[in-house]
Write a protein that binds this ligand. Structure first.
Ligand SMILES: [Zn+2]
Length: 370
């Protein structure tokens, strides 16, 4: 039980004529019958100053069983916290203040302790492949959440044309490696984050494997678009092999897309290709043709980037939320669990395509299954 119970600071208390209302808004509010102000003094004594014994002593109009039962009920609804919760020792004073608003939000979640949730995020490890339009915004959103360990891979340098959408970089970074600029910016933004930058061009399946094997990542985010036609497939194969959840996001002019792969649970990227091939029997041939393009041919195929900043921000934060859901509640809580999210940014119309997991998928099916 609690040392010094208090109504969670995030839930306001309003004493009305015959009821006490705790919390406000959808999901948060309850009303307790309060005939003749029977519980008013008791509710006010739940301020984190008194111990349970003192609360019982200071409320003689209620017997101890009534008080213990009331505390139990409030606890079961998730309205109580301990003013002397020693789990706050998991953080420095600076971190506690930095994550104060996160902690307020986490305290609205009934099932877990707010410090334990923040600590879970602090101990998480995320790998981001690509620090461009979406990747740089995902990186910022993960720093905001307090994800403690972020590794990012890119080989590009900052160009002024990146600054319409890549929040990690400023004009002073133009010409510098994105990974170096990102490390500097992340340190300025949230120095509690252990940020590792890998300046490397990914040019093979083995490259992806070597990078992913470096640490035990909780999730991999693939927002690299090069080498076109290969990278999605390489990252998918590695993540399935090492059973690491994968998120991928893209913006194509006005359209955005996000999918996740939970190895051996949901459809993988290759499953999506097989599904496309069902609709278009030439799909895999087209994919091969894209892979084989080179030189001028590639630049003819690769149309100029037309991604707006707000679209990249949206995608970055969408993936940030998916990672939060994965870490806090597991893969079943993902909005993209076996679904692909699509958005038309001009109308904001959105839908989720149900995906098919193929038993004969060469990557995640058959003998590889589980
Ligand atoms: Zn598959």
């Amino acid at each position: 039980m609690y040392k010094k119970p208090q109504i969670k600071a995030v839930h306001g208390v309003l004493v009305l004529e015959s009821v006490i209302r705790i919390g406000s808004g959808l999901d948060y509010a309850i009303e307790i019958d309060n005939p003749n102000q029977k519980y008013t003094k008791f509710i006010h004594s739940l301020s984190g100053i008194d111990t349970v014994e003192e609360i019982i002593k200071n409320n003689p109009s209620l017997n101890s069983d009534e008080i213990l039962e009331a505390l139990e009920t409030l606890d079961s609804y998730g309205y109580l916290e301990d003013a002397e919760d020693d789990r706050n020792n998991l953080f420095s004073d600076d971190e506690l203040n930095k994550y104060k608003v996160n902690l307020n939000f986490f305290s609205t979640l009934k099932s877990s302790n707010k410090y334990e949730i923040q600590n879970k995020l602090k101990n998480s490890r995320i790998l981001i492949l690509g620090l461009g339009g979406i990747g740089s915004n995902i990186c910022i959103s993960l720093c905001e959440l307090g994800i403690g360990n972020i590794t990012a891979v890119d080989f590009d340098t900052v160009d002024s044309s990146n600054l319409n959408r890549q929040l990690l970089y400023d004009e002073v970074h133009i010409g510098r490696l994105k990974t170096e600029a990102a490390a500097e910016r992340v340190h300025q933004f949230n120095s509690s984050v252990n940020f590792k930058a890998i300046s490397q061009e990914i040019s093979s399946f083995e490259d992806v494997k070597r990078i992913v094997k470096k640490e035990k990542y909780d999730a991999v985010v693939n927002v690299a678009d090069y080498p076109t036609g290969y990278i999605d497939s390489w990252v998918n194969r590695v993540c399935v092999e090492y059973k690491i959840p994968l998120f991928a996001a893209s913006v194509s002019k006005k359209w955005g897309r996000v999918y996740s792969v939970i190895p051996h649970e949901t459809a993988c990227y290759q499953c999506q290709c097989l599904e496309e091939e069902r609709k278009n029997p030439n799909y895999l041939k087209e994919l091969e043709a894209i892979k084989k393009t080179s030189g001028a041919e590639t630049s003819r195929y690769r149309t100029p980037n037309g991604a707006l900043g707000p679209a990249c921000l949206f995608q970055g934060y969408f993936v940030g939320y998916e990672i939060l859901r994965l870490i806090l509640f597991g893969s079943k809580a993902l909005t993209t669990n076996n679904k692909r999210f699509n958005i038309d940014f001009m109308s904001f119309s959105q839908n989720f395509d149900e995906l098919i997991k193929f038993d004969d998928c060469p990557v995640c099916g058959g003998k590889n299954n589980g």
